[in-house]
Design a protein around this ligand. Structure first.
Ligand code: F6P
Length: 342
């Protein structure tokens, strides 16, 4: 078969491992021709690709980023975008496209499947917010990076008697914040799913610091929101793809804590560090597993389906179902995290 592969949306550790998995089984077992489209759906519209081989993918398993490049461009942004995709598929004789991406890339894949494009999806995002799959690859790496940062911040916080606010990614969901907060022994964690009252946060910190010495870590997901009527936040900004642009909440929380409690407080915004570099062993395995499962799905002509992790097995689910709802932090893990708040 002629199989196209693309990586769309924000990059994520493990993308190369997925591509490598697809290429390995595609070339060796199925005898496929594998075409790696450049920069997500942009490359499909433009018909720009690199032919992939086992040889080409050598050495990429531990490498972050994506050898194909990525973008948030999708065909629905252009009046003739879908026709351009159809044209590439016909002209190159493509039998299937494996789309590796997050919510945006997969939603677009579900639409394209409806108009006849043979797509198989692979869920990617450090945010771990894609429904139906228990995990997306990249999440474990992001949590490991955030946890290491928190560990480091503990010692400097203790030396200076300071509060350290750490802002992590997660614009709609708080999976990274919750897991890294738990793993790093955070004092308090603030997530988008649970609007916070800054005065309650300050009271909790005051309780913890009653004995005079203090060193606290406050983990804040970038999409965390104060409860209505508590503190003013700047109006949301959007990027050119309509995605909310965040990144200010850590500064705001830091300023408010220092002003209200008098405790010296500093902020660290981890940002894209969480998306860069080498995937963890878990993410390398999950990515490879997803890649191999995706090429099997192609050969079973399971189009419109996405590979997903469920109960320790990789299964297939309709892409449209997977993107219907975001996966939020569940009550069990949140209750566990809350046990450790002061
Ligand atoms: O989708 C993953 C994500 O890392 C979000 O948590 C974050 O808000 C966003 O990407 C940042 O995207 P960009 O690279 O476009 O700034």
């Amino acid at each position: 078969m002629n199989v196209g592969i693309l990586t769309g949306g924000g990059d994520c550790p493990g993308l190369n491992a997925v591509i490598r998995g697809i290429v390995r089984k595609g070339e060796r077992e199925y005898g496929d021709t594998l075409m790696g489209f450049h920069d997500g759906w942009r490359g499909v519209m433009a018909g720009e690709f690199t032919e992939l081989s086992v040889n080409f993918m050598r050495g990429t398993l531990p490498r972050g980023g994506t050898v194909l490049g990525t973008s948030r461009i999708n065909p629905y942004m252009y009046p003739d975008g879908v026709d351009r995709v159809k044209n590439t598929v016909e002209r190159l004789g493509i039998d299937a496209i494996v789309a590796i991406g997050g919510e945006g890339t997969l939603s677009c894949s579900a639409e394209l499947f409806r108009v006849g494009i043979p797509v198989v999806g692979v869920p990617k995002t450090i945010d771990n917010d894609i429904g139906i799959t228990e995990r997306t690859f990249g999440f474990d790496t992001a949590v490991a990076i955030a946890t290491e940062a928190i560990d480091r911040l503990h010692t400097t916080a203790e030396s200076h008697n300071r509060i350290m606010v750490v802002e992590v990614m997660g614009r709609h969901v708080g999976h990274i914040a919750t897991w890294a907060g738990l793993a790093g022994g955070a004092t308090i964690t603030l997530i988008p799913e649970q609007p916070f009252d800054i005065e309650e946060v300050c009271n909790a910190l005051r309780r913890r610091h009653e004995d005079g010495r203090y060193a606290s870590i406050v983990v804040v997901a970038e999409g965390a929101k104060p409860k209505a009527g508590t503190i003013e936040i700047a109006p949301d900004e959007y990027d050119e793809y309509g995605h909310i642009r965040l990144g200010g909440i850590g500064n705001l929380v830091t300023r408010e804590i220092e002003a209200r409690t008098g405790y010296e407080t500093r902020v660290t915004i981890l940002g894209h560090v969480q998306r860069g570099g080498s995937p963890t062993a878990f993410d390398r395995v999950l990515s490879t597993w997803f890649g191999v499962a995706a090429i099997d799905a192609v050969h079973d002509r399971a189009f419109g389906q996405m590979v997903a992790l469920q109960a320790n097995k990789v299964v297939r689910v309709p892409i449209a179902d997977a993107v219907a709802d975001l996966k939020y932090v569940n009550d069990e893990i949140w209750d566990t995290a809350k046990q450790f708040f002061p």
